[in-house]
Design a protein around this ligand. Structure first.
Ligand SMILES: Cc1cc2nc3c(=O)[nH]c(=O)nc-3n(C[C@H](O)[C@H](O)[C@H](O)COP(=O)(O)OP(=O)(O)OC[C@H]3O[C@@H](n4cnc5c(N)ncnc54)[C@H](O)[C@@H]3O)c2cc1C
Length: 312
């Protein structure tokens, strides 16, 4: 366990904005969870759990929370990226499946490369998602017909109420970009995840990932500093198309702008000489919600998680 006082959060997010937390607690091993209650009491404030920071909108200024940074399974003893454990096999309706367990701190691109090298299918839609596995679980991340939750067989979590324990699928609820525990808890931190992946034809997983990445790259600003899609797609509609039709594409305030390539991506221009502010991002977000409401009567719901001074 490593504790950092008053960390700057902007460098820990892909959008690159936000102020400072009270403390950052880095956890490398599940055993670190034993010391967590004491460390949290000393750090103060409420708790936020950070993955790869690729779906976050962090407020400016001094923020009254402590950030937990679960890095379980991020690195092996030699300092190189760790590998998932292969637990065994099971029969599925679509053929043999392989059960793997990975730490929640494992980077999604690393996990995908590992799957591609072993022809293990299921996560190909997550290509281009820059987060960590714990974040992919918490967001039920997905694209191109894939999402994380249906592949999960068990989840090791830490909660302040029950400490470290293991959940089976009855222990969580998942929906489009939503994941929560059934048991009541103030917050939870994923520690490791067991996934069931399908054995696929040699080379087919890598080919599917390549195809998905080319598709993503042709329609999304993957090289800009963004937090992915700002808004969830309303049922049967595309948030990007609604925002485009409401005139939000390219709209700018300070260093923040809606991408001219895809209006559902709010980006941070890090080279314009003006500091990126969450205040500007929120101004644009409210403007976009108002424009879409007035033109189409549709209420856009944020997909990115806002980390403000409020524990709500
Ligand atoms: C270029 C780009 C492309 C993207 N493409 C997609 C896409 O195709 N599909 C998609 O679904 N998303 C996409 N995203 C959004 C984002 O990458 C995903 O939501 C991702 O899963 C978030 O993971 P993270 O580790 O970065 O989580 P963070 O951003 O760090 O956190 C997101 C949420 O997860 C919680 N969380 C993180 N780790 C844990 C943990 N261990 N335990 C409990 N809670 C935790 C946080 O508290 C927060 O509420 C994209 C983002 C970018 C920047």
């Amino acid at each position: 366990m490593n504790i950092i006082d008053r960390p700057a959060l902007a460098p820990l997010t892909t959008l690159g904005i936000g102020g400072r937390a009270l403390a950052e607690i880095r956890l490398d091993n599940p055993e670190d969870c034993l010391r967590l209650p004491e460390a949290l009491a000393a750090a103060g404030g409420f708790v936020r759990v950070l993955g790869g920071g690729s779906n976050l909108l962090v407020h400016d200024g001094d923020l009254p929370f402590t950030v937990l940074r679960p890095l379980f399974g991020a690195k092996g003893p030699d300092g190189r990226p760790a590998e998932p454990d292969i637990l065994g096999e099971e029969d599925g309706p679509d053929g043999r499946r392989v059960l793997i367990r990975a730490g929640s701190g494992m980077r999604v691109p690393h996990l995908l490369a590992w799957c591609a090298a072993r022809d293990l299918a299921g996560l190909e839609g997550l290509v281009g998602v820059p987060g960590r596995l714990g974040g992919a679980v918490a967001m039920n991340a997905g694209a191109y017909g894939c999402s994380t939750a249906p592949l999960m067989r068990s989840l090791d979590v830490f909660t302040p109420e029950k400490g470290l324990h293991t959940l089976s699928p009855e222990g969580w609820k998942a929906a489009y970009r939503h994941f929560s525990l059934v048991e009541p808890c103030a917050w939870y931190m994923s520690v490791s995840v067991t996934l069931s992946l399908r054995r696929a034809k040699p080379g087919s997983v890598r080919a599917a990932m390549k195809e998905n990445f080319l598709r993503k790259k042709s329609g999304q600003p993957v090289h800009e500093h963004t937090a992915g899609c700002v808004f969830q797609n309303p049922e049967g509609q595309s948030a990007g198309r609604l925002l485009d039709a409401a005139g939000m594409k390219g709209r700018r305030r300070g260093a923040m702008f809606f991408s001219p390539m895809h209006a559902n991506f709010l980006a941070h221009d890090m080279k314009c000489g003006v500091p990126g502010l969450c205040e500007d991002a929120l101004f644009l977000i409210r403007e976009a919600q108002r424009a879409v409401r007035e033109k189409f009567g549709v209420e856009l719901v944020m997909e990115v998680k806002e980390w403000s001074s409020c524990p709500c």
